[in-house]
Design a protein around this ligand. Structure first.
Ligand code: C2E
Ligand code: MG
Ligand code: MG
Length: 704
């Protein structure tokens, strides 16, 4: 006789109630708890109470062996009441001890429908133990609904009104009646483990599961998937939007004390938040972190609701018109970014938020693939290492809340739009060592045009609930802002925190003078000669070439404060030879130079750190400079974010980020460098600015 038969034989209807009573009074009936894990993290967000019968010899009898018999004679009701009381008692005890709790769900047997005492019993438990209804959930099975829809409906309704939750257990295991779902107030759908029979899901199983999940989501139910045993299952279900997992992959049903130990080890760790309100300044709430303005087209503006402020970005070249935040605020590999954005101009691949890392970058792009919002993580070491998620088209000219989370524990990145999850991907690389944070732009594409408000950066991946709460808070504010006059802030200019702008201008129109009376350029040669310049009536200095530093122009005195630079000048190359510089800037431990012709026929702007023997940073593009023709060169060195940009005739000839800090600028030479032969041709109209400017601004200033 096998065990089940033996038990059924032994606990015949008449005697089983007696045995149960004995077991209850002997303490043989135990309540175990199986944790429910949040998808996308390893946090415990709930538990299910499961009964266990432990014989005096220590062996266990599992529910499937005795519950059917107890259900038949109705004594399951006593057992359930015992379980409920244990659960309530423990919750009460922990609240009193100020220890953390999460909701516990309890099974309701169909025998309660006949018995009818359950409602009063539960009501008394709430009275006796003062447990908040939101910490309890009752699990009903499909078959119960089918059999007794009216009675159940009444009980469920009243319980839910108090804030308790109802779940439908074992969904899909038996009497599935889909139209039940349309009528019944159910908070959680527990998908039965029959769907996860095999370790590897086949196509049909995947199809059915994805339809079940989609349906549940559309009906605004949370979904718990039962019986998750493998990584593959958990990954697939996460992707489909499953909210919670209950399964051996994470934890088996545990004795009470072990469960609460597990809970404490898997509770949300404390989340740190850095919040920027942009309320007339760029400081975070604590004043510890402050952004700096890059560019001059950023203003304060109204936020999404009364009392909220934002930043308005005017767009522009890469790295311009964005706000840089100190990287020190990123303390963890896991993170979440929450921000409100209002896009004014839909531009493909522009970033509203960007962080460059040692091994890649992450960025929130309002318009990515198919013009949909995209949260991108890029692995710099892998050519094809793009991890994109988001997947929803956002509305322009409207405030929307975007949340992007990355969890380094399980390598999941998730995106929420207006509090709803719209994308999730697995197996995303871990970004390490952040280098720069930008809002309103990135280093690759033109800047974001629109507003950003209420920026929050967290050191953990947020839970779905936390995201929803943030969204609801602002929505509530918006409701109360109906009388609010928008536009009070419009146009309030942000001051650039940079040093005052200084310009040296050598027109070279027949002399070497500086326009404002600063010392003139030094010519390191014998006879100085001028020739026809780039436009009518202009002149330029003839550069005769020669040995190292021979016949070059040297800037005698640099501006007192240099925070990077912008250099604009015209050159004409009469004798193109590879690696000859038209401009050279030496620094404490490095240099930068403009090279009209490289060995492979290109033009570039190069940065070199002499402390790093083998590393160069070059902007190489495909554009050439023609022999004997005037070309306009602009060089930008963005020192704070270590980027160089090269423009030829007003067009970008490449940018290079990730440059090194090569220290203070010590000298500047036009028409040569300190290594090789000098440049042969001519040079005209030199402008030197003591900081990086935007290309448009420079072109305007130098337009003839
Ligand atoms: P249930 O409510 O669907 O509970 C989930 C069952 O799935 C539990 O079995 C749990 O141990 C099992 N399970 C969870 N994760 C996995 C997994 O990854 N793989 C596998 N193979 N199984 C997993 P358990 O504890 O044996 O309970 C069986 C059923 O007995 C429960 O199904 C529930 O219907 C009933 N039950 C248990 N405790 C009570 C109770 O206190 N009252 C009532 N009325 N019924 C109970
Ligand atoms: Mg259950
Ligand atoms: Mg179940």
């Amino acid at each position: 006789m096998d065990v089940i038969n033996l038990l059924q034989h032994r606990y015949k209807k008449s005697s089983i109630s007696h045995s149960l009573r004995k077991a209850l009074s002997n303490g043989e009936i135990k309540v175990f708890y199986q944790p429910k894990i949040e998808a996308g993290s390893t946090r415990v967000v709930g538990a299910e109470a499961l009964v266990r019968w432990q014989k005096p010899d220590g062996s266990f009898i599992y529910p499937d062996m005795f519950i059917p018999a107890l259900e038949e004679n109705g004594s399951i009701v006593e057992l359930d009441f015992f379980v409920y009381e244990q659960v309530f008692k423990k919750l009460h005890e922990r609240v009193r001890e100020r220890k953390p709790i999460v909701p516990v769900s309890m099974n309701v047997s169909r025998a309660h429908l006949e018995d009818g005492r359950i409602y009063n019993y539960i009501r008394n438990l709430f009275k006796k133990y003062h447990v908040l209804p939101k910490y309890t959930e009752f699990e009903l099975t499909e078959s119960m609904y089918v059999q007794n829809i009216d009675t159940i409906f009444a009980v469920v309704k009243e319980f839910r009104e108090k804030g308790g939750r109802i779940s439908m257990d074992d969904f899909g295991s038996g009497y599935s009646s889909l139209n039940l779902l349309t009528d019944l107030p159910i908070d959680t759908l527990k998908v039965d483990r029959v769907f996860l029979k095999s370790d590897h899901l086949n196509e049909n199983e995947k199809t059915v599961l994805s339809c079940v999940l989609e349906m549940a989501k559309k009906l605004h139910m949370d979904v718990v998937c039962e019986g998750v045993e493998t990584d593959e299952q958990s990954r697939f279900l996460s992707l489909l939007g499953c909210d919670m997992f209950q399964g051996f992959l994470y934890a088996k049903p545990l004795p009470e004390n072990e469960y609460y130990e597990y809970l404490e080890a898997h509770l949300e760790t404390e989340i740190n938040e850095v919040h920027f309100s942009f309320d007339g300044h760029l400081k975070d709430d604590t004043g510890k972190y402050e952004g700096i303005v890059l560019g001059d087209n950023i203003t304060f503006c109204d936020g999404p609701a009364n009392g909220m402020s934002g930043l308005h970005f005017g767009g522009g070249e890469p790295m311009h018109n964005s706000v840089e935040l100190p990287v020190e605020l990123l303390k963890n590999d896991s993170f979440s970014i929450n921000m409100w954005i209002k896009e004014e101009y839909a531009r493909l691949w522009t970033s509203a938020y960007y962080v460059g890392y040692e091994n890649g970058f992450c960025s929130i792009m309002p318009r990515g693939w198919d013009m949909k919002l995209n949260f991108r993580i890029k692995d710099a070491s892998d050519h094809d290492g793009w991890y994109d998620t988001g997947n929803q088209t956002i509305k322009s000219q409207e405030w929307i809340m975007v949340t992007a989370c990355y969890n380094s524990a399980n390598h999941v990145s998730t995106v929420y739009i207006n509090g709803e999850r719209t994308g999730l991907i697995n197996d995303v690389i871990n970004l390490i060592s952040p280098k720069n944070i930008l809002i309103g732009g990135d280093i690759y594409a033109k800047g974001f045009e629109g507003c950003v408000s209420d920026l929050r950066i967290f050191d953990q991946a947020l839970s779905f609930e936390a995201v929803k709460r943030m969204y609801d808070k602002v929505k509530e504010k918006q409701k109360n802002s109906s009388q609010w006059q928008q536009g009070s802030r419009q146009g309030e200019k942000l001051t650039n925190k940079r040093i005052p702008l200084e310009e040296l201008h050598y027109s070279l129109n027949g002399n070497l003078e500086e326009a404002s009376g600063k010392p003139e350029l030094k010519y390191n040669g014998q006879e100085l000669a001028f020739e026809e310049g780039p436009w009518e009536g202009s002149l330029g200095v003839t550069l005769k070439g020669g040995n190292i530093k021979e016949n070059v122009l040297i800037v005698p005195e640099l501006p007192e404060q240099m925070d990077g630079y912008t250099i604009s000048y015209w050159i004409k190359d009469e004798n193109p030879r590879p690696w000859v510089s038209s401009f050279y800037a030496g620094t404490k431990h490095g240099f930068m130079s403009e090279i009209p012709l490289t060995a492979d026929g290109k033009s570039m702007y190069r940065l070199k750190d002499t402390l790093r023997e083998t590393e160069w940073r070059d902007t190489i593009w495909e554009r050439f400079m023609d022999k004997g023709k005037w070309h306009h060169i602009v060089l930008i060195y963005q020192k704070d974010i270590r980027m160089i940009a090269h423009y030829v005739d007003g067009k970008s000839n490449g940018i290079k980020d990730d440059c090194f800090d090569i220290g203070e600028i010590t000298q500047m030479i036009f028409g040569g460098d300190v290594f090789t032969m000098s440049f042969e041709g001519a040079i005209a109209d030199i402008h030197i600015y003591n900081q990086p400017l935007e290309i448009e601004a420079i072109l305007e200033r130098t337009e003839k």
